[in-house]
Design a protein around this ligand. Structure first.
Ligand code: SER
Length: 329
C-alpha cells in the first residue's frame, strides 16, 4: 500500500463502523491557552471529553497533523538522530464520545492491523496500564482481559504511568492506555532476543505504532484526578511508523512519505543518502523540519521572535544549522 492508500484504508475502516470523518484541525492552536500547537488528535475534541460541549457525533475518525516540539510532548532533539521521531507527524485516530469503550477499541485495532493491513500477528505486542500508587489507580485488568481473548499472554505487557497513562498536558482529559508495538527486526535477531524485552526500550525497530487511550479522568491543576461524566475513546496511530511497518522499511524516512524529499535534498547537497551517519542525520533533519515549517506556516503561524512563532523559528534554525554544518548548504 502507498501511504495514501494506508490513510484512506484507515478512514474507510472506521466509516464502515459508523464513524464520522472529521478533517484535521489546524496545526496551530489558537483556542486553547494550555497549548501552542496541536500535539494530539484529541485536542480538537477536548471539550467533548470534558463534557463542556455535546459532541455532534458519537464516533469519529480522522488524520490529524500534530507538532511535538514544546510543552509536555517534545521530541525535537531526537528528530533526525533516530529514524522514527518527527516534529510534525500525522496521527490516525478513531474516537468514541460516550459511546463504545475498551472492548471495541481493542478488537477493532486488532482487526484493522491484522486483517486490513495484514501485519504479522507474531510481531505485535500490547501493553496495558499496570496501576499507580500515587494516583491510587489499579492495574487495567479489563483491558488486559480483552487482550487475553485475542493474543497470548506472553504478548501482553504491563506498563508504568509514564508509558501507559496518557495525559494531554499538566491538566485536562486523561486516562489509562494500551499501546500496540511492532517488532520489525530481521528474524535472526528475533531468534536471539525476544521482542517483548525490547518494547519501550528505544529500539528503532521495536516501536509503538498505536495508542488506545481510555479517557476517564480530568487532571486538575492540584494534581487530583476527577472522573469524567462519561467514558470516551481516543486512539492515535503514528501514520509514518505504520507506513514503515506496512511498506516493510527500517526507517520512517524510507517510506514514500519522505523518500521524494530525501531524494531532493540529497540532489541539492550532492550527497548520497546512506553514505555517512552525519550527512544522513542532516538530511533527515531537513526533510522533517521543512514539512513541519511548511504546514505550520500554511496553517497561520510565521516564524518570529516570540511564543509560537519562536518555536517555528527554532525548528527552521535547526534545519539551517544541520544543512550548513554537514551538507555545505
Ligand atoms: N492521545 C493519545 C496520543 O496522543 C492517543 O491519540 O498518543
Amino acid at each position: 500500500m502507498t501511504s495514501k492508500e494506508i490513510r484512506s484504508a484507515f478512514i474507510e475502516f472506521f466509516k464502515q463502523k459508523q464513524h464520522q470523518f472529521v478533517p484535521s484541525a489546524p496545526i496551530v492552536n489558537k483556542d486553547d491557552p494550555t497549548l501552542m500547537f496541536t500535539n494530539a488528535g484529541m485536542n480538537q475534541f477536548k471539550d467533548f471529553f470534558l463534557g463542556n460541549k455535546p459532541a455532534p457525533y458519537s464516533r469519529a475518525a480522522n488524520s490529524q497533523k500534530c507538532l511535538r516540539v514544546s510543552g509536555k510532548h517534545n521530541d525535537l532533539e531526537e528528530v533526525g538522530l533516530d529514524t522514527y521521531h518527527h516534529t510534525m507527524f500525522e496521527m490516525l485516530g478513531n474516537w468514541s464520545f460516550g459511546d463504545y469503550f475498551k472492548q471495541e477499541a481493542i478488537a477493532w485495532a486488532w482487526e484493522l492491523l491484522t486483517e486490513v493491513y495484514k501485519l504479522p500477528q507474531d510481531r505485535l505486542y500490547a501493553s496495558v496500564f499496570g496501576g499507580d500508587e500515587q494516583d491510587k489507580l489499579p492495574v487495567d485488568q479489563e483491558a488486559y482481559d480483552y487482550w487475553k481473548g485475542i493474543i497470548d499472554e506472553d504478548r501482553i505487557l504491563l506498563g508504568s504511568k509514564a508509558d501507559n497513562f496518557w495525559e494531554m498536558g499538566d491538566t485536562g482529559p486523561c486516562g489509562p492506555c494500551s499501546e500496540i508495538h511492532i517488532d520489525l527486526r530481521p528474524q535472526d535477531e528475533i531468534d536471539k532476543t525476544l521482542g517483548r524485552k525490547l518494547v519501550n526500550q528505544d529500539h528503532p525497530l521495536v516501536v509503538e505504532i498505536w495508542n488506545l487511550v481510555f479517557m476517564q479522568f480530568n487532571r486538575q491543576a492540584s494534581g487530583d484526578l476527577h472522573s469524567l461524566s462519561a467514558k470516551h475513546i481516543d486512539t492515535g496511530m503514528g501514520f509514518e511508523r505504520l507506513a514503515m511497518a506496512i511498506q516493510n522499511k527500517q526507517s520512517n524516512y524510507d517510506t514514500d512519505v519522505f523518500s521524494p524529499l530525501i531524494e531532493l535534498v540529497s540532489q541539492k547537497a550532492d550527497v548520497r543518502y546512506g553514505d555517512s551517519r552525519e550527512t544522513d542525520i542532516a538530511i533527515r533533519v531537513i526533510v522533517d523540519h521543512i514539512r513541519a515549517i511548511a504546514f505550520t506556516i500554511s496553517d497561520g503561524q510565521l516564524p518570529s521572535n516570540n511564543k509560537a512563532g519562536y518555536v517555528i523559528r527554532r525548528i527552521l534554525r535547526r534545519a539551517v544549522r544541520y544543512g550548513y554544518t554537514f551538507l555545505e548548504l
